[in-house]
Design a binder for this molecule. Structure first.
Ligand SMILES: [Zn+2]
Length: 315
């Protein structure tokens, strides 16, 4: 009798286990679409780099990869712009068809080039380039993250659609509305809506230096990030030679240096939210505010009382 009950419980457990598995939302799936001529030994290096890099490394089984050898002619990988030879791309409608066949949310083309990459709906990386390039191009493609390095003037004319490009999760484009900001509070009330990551700027973080718009560099009590900076409003970025450009976080990262594998908190959140939207379900087990590259929450990361702006307005 006792053993019968045990078996019954085991059977029930298996039943519920199977039900739970069936109800799990599908993973976010990336199809690696390979030019058949590439060096196959390099493919895993790209996938392992993605798997090892936060926030992807936090996803476990909620992130999956498939591999398909593409049709070389249909992939049609090339350098599309004579003026910007580092850009490579492959045919996006073929990539979309192959992705749909396996239910992929994103297709990463691996092209048989010694270097280069490109964003777009289905991003591309030359197999001879670094695995970090794949992180950079997926950042563009999955979350619409902007380049944070400053384009040359001709590149800016090409990429920074006039008069003003749309704000990106990690970059905003606007001129300060005042020449002199009498207080940080006033700067916040005037420009909060211009800053897509505004809700991630802590109350204690200034977005003005003296009377100028822009977070002061590196002088904060709240060192929450790997680069000893906080999420703020920093001048500069991709379109800065043409349009005043602002970015969210200081220091090297995957979007200002294609050889870097660090996504800062603003970029990581944008990636996770975009992937969740694509798969139609939230991820579980993710810690957005304390990425593995940050020190533990509690000591230096404990939010301090709001800092009084250095200059306050009369009222
Ligand atoms: Zn880029």
């Amino acid at each position: 009798m006792k053993s019968m009950t045990g078996k019954f419980c085991l059977a029930l457990g298996l039943l519920f286990g199977a039900a739970a598995l069936a109800d799990d939302p599908p993973p976010y799936k990336i199809l690696i679409l390979e030019d058949p001529d590439i060096d196959q030994r390099k493919v895993l290096g790209f996938v392992n780099k993605i798997r090892a890099t936060p926030p992807y490394s936090q996803l476990g089984k909620q992130l999956a990869f498939e591999f398909v050898l593409g049709n070389k002619a249909k992939m049609d990988c090339k350098h599309p712009y004579d003026d910007i030879p580092r850009v490579v791309s492959c045919d996006s409608s073929y990539a979309a068809d192959e992705g749909a066949k396996v239910g992929a949310h994103k297709v990463l083309n691996l092209a048989n080039f010694t270097s280069g990459g490109g964003g777009g709906v289905s991003p591309t990386v030359g197999i001879g380039d670094t695995p970090e390039t794949a992180l950079h191009e997926l950042g563009h493609s999955i979350a619409g993250l902007a380049d944070e390095y400053e384009y040359s003037k001709s590149e800016a004319k090409f990429y920074c659609t006039m008069p003003t490009p749309d704000a990106k999760p990690n970059e905003a484009f606007f001129a300060p509305k005042l020449k002199v900001f009498p207080s940080d509070a006033m700067a916040r009330s005037i420009h909060s809506k211009d800053i897509p990551w505004y809700d991630q700027i802590l109350p204690a973080t200034l977005i003005t230096s003296g009377t100028d718009l822009g977070t002061p560099e590196g002088s904060f009590p709240l060192h929450i990030g790997r680069n000893k900076t906080v999420t703020g409003l920093y001048p500069g970025g991709s379109c800065n030679k043409l349009i005043p450009t602002w970015h969210s976080y200081q220091g090297d990262n995957a979007m200002n240096d294609a050889d870097n594998s660090f996504f800062n908190p603003v970029q990581a959140r944008a990636l996770l939210r975009a992937m969740e939207k694509a798969r139609g379900a939230r991820f579980t087990g993710i810690t957005l505010t304390a990425l593995p590259t940050d020190p533990p929450v509690g000591s230096a990361a404990t939010p301090a009382a709001p800092v009084t702006p250095t200059k306050t307005s009369a009222e």
